[in-house]
Design a protein. Structure first.
Length: 471
């Protein structure tokens, strides 16, 4: 198998000077997780300097290190790629990998559903060729070029997630990725702290069309209030192929009917006028909508839409995005739904809807453990308080909240549904442990910065649950 990068190729891509005749099978920016024969890029950030960890990376058998200055205490023959700027070098590697690739490339953005849609696309496309996707949520100024630099030479498909919280960010990223298909899952009030309006968020997401390849396709949510706005933005960039998905009667990939259960969904949809039936292994109406976007994108990329739909029956659970765990509680078990990766008003409501579809065990109850939704600006208090009604509609018996912004929700809830409000993860975890009973089903969700994931880790760790297993 050909290496991902040879010393000569990497030097040509970056304009750098290669020391040694090395070959790299991967690319890493984290010395803690660098793999054998990875090319380690020593990025310089506001809180760290990767040059301090070059020796550690090479001790772990990294193929070479990309540096802007030679770190002290290295052997004279240490394998290196010396460049003017390591961030720019990473971007250059990404652009070069994209330029040499013959893969059909799909880029995904949107206010919610990006990572789930990306992972479903990877599963759908990998059954139709060699597919590659960015790992986790590598969707920013470091993650996107890193993911591109890892694109295998022989990939048939590449899927990349593009994120942002300020205008102009997606414009830069999409011009690196140069997708053949651009998906915007939906537009919702996320990151309002950095934008004057939801329409401004739509404009920022529409930047994805700036990098779309000639004759490329835009896949848009036909049900979203900003569909026409996004379609006009795509057309202004010269995009002629616009594919709508949703329940709208003009949607190209249209939901006809669906049946939800606690573990998945059965779906009937029309794909370009052809009716198909398929199952989804993950619960929730939001996954039904994600599936329509996946099928539309696969079709637009020249893949088999029917085969893509069939692949959704085997979707794996995603950590932080709905993975389910059994935890030992007082001689019995409770069920924990891990939604801890991130949160917005729309994704909160989706999580509550899934919780509503799960029946607690005997004498059990539904519980929500909620961290703050961040970056909502002046609308924060209102958007937090408005979560009370969907929680009540989902028959959630107890709601535990964390952080200053969540006080608005705690105040809006009926007294009998208030589980308690905490100022720290430690306090919240202990509060929840005191109240959990066998048969309870718990959803834990919050913005990443609220650190709800720490609560989840403590509950499912062996010291908290000796026999924790996935449901």
């Amino acid at each position: 198998m050909s290496p991902l990068w040879s010393a000569q190729e990497a030097a040509a891509a970056t304009g750098g000077q290669a020391i040694g005749d090395w070959q790299a099978g991967g690319v890493s920016i984290d010395s803690r997780t660098v793999g054998s024969l990875d090319l380690f890029v020593a990025l310089v950030g506001p809180k760290f300097d990767g040059h301090r960890f070059v020796a550690d990376a090479l001790k772990k058998d990294a193929a070479a290190a990309v540096v802007s200055e030679r770190p002290a205490m290295l052997d004279d023959d240490a394998p290196l790629l010396i460049v003017a700027d390591t961030q720019r070098a990473l971007e250059d590697l990404g652009r070069a990998a994209r330029a040499r690739s013959e893969a059909r490339v799909i880029a995904v953005t949107g206010s919610v559903g990006k990572t789930g849609t990306k992972e479903a696309l990877l599963r759908a496309l990998d059954a139709q060729g060699r597919a590659f996707a960015s790992a986790g949520s590598l969707n920013n100024q470091w993650g996107v070029p890193l993911s591109l630099s890892r694109l295998p030479r022989d990939a048939d498909y590449g899927v990349f997630e593009l994120g942002m919280n300020h205008p102009g960010e997606i414009d830069v990223l999409t011009r690196m990725v140069r997708p053949h298909v651009a998906i915007i899952t939906t537009i919702e009030p996320a990151h309002l702290g950095f934008f004057a309006s939801v329409e401004a968020i739509a404009d920022a997401k529409a930047e994805i069309f700036a990098g779309l390849e000639p004759h490329g396709a835009a896949v848009l949510n036909r049900d979203n209030a900003y569909f026409d706005h996004l379609a006009k933005a795509a057309a202004a960039r010269g995009v002629k192929h616009i594919v709508g998905f949703g329940t709208h009667d003009k949607a190209d990939v249209r939901l006809i009917d669906y049946t939800l259960s606690a573990t998945g969904s059965k779906v009937e949809a029309s794909v370009m006028g052809r009716t198909i039936h398929y199952s989804i292994a993950l619960p929730g109406r939001h996954w039904v909508m994600n599936s329509l976007a996946v099928i539309a994108a696969v079709d637009a990329a020249g893949g088999d839409a029917g085969a893509a739909a069939a692949s959704l029956e085997n979707l794996p659970q995603l950590a932080g995005r709905g993975a389910r765990h059994r935890i030992i509680i007082g001689g019995g078990t409770a069920e924990l739904i891990d939604e801890s990766y991130n949160a917005s008003p729309a994704s909160m409501r989706a999580a509550f809807a899934v919780l509503a579809g799960i029946n607690p065990g005997p004498n059990g109850k539904r519980i929500a453990v909620l961290g703050e939704m961040l970056e909502l600006g002046d609308e924060s208090a209102r958007l937090h308080a408005e979560l009370a009604q969907p929680l009540i509609a989902a028959d959630v018996a107890q709601v535990f909240t964390l952080g200053d912004a969540m006080r608005a929700l705690d105040d809006a809830l009926p007294p009998q549904r208030r589980g308690g409000h905490a100022a720290s993860i430690t306090e919240l975890t202990e509060m929840l442990r005191r109240n959990l009973q066998p048969g309870d089903v718990v959803t834990a969700k919050g913005s990443h910065g609220s650190r709800i994931y720490e609560l989840v880790a403590q509950l499912i760790a062996p010291k908290a649950a000796d026999a924790a297993v996935k449901a």
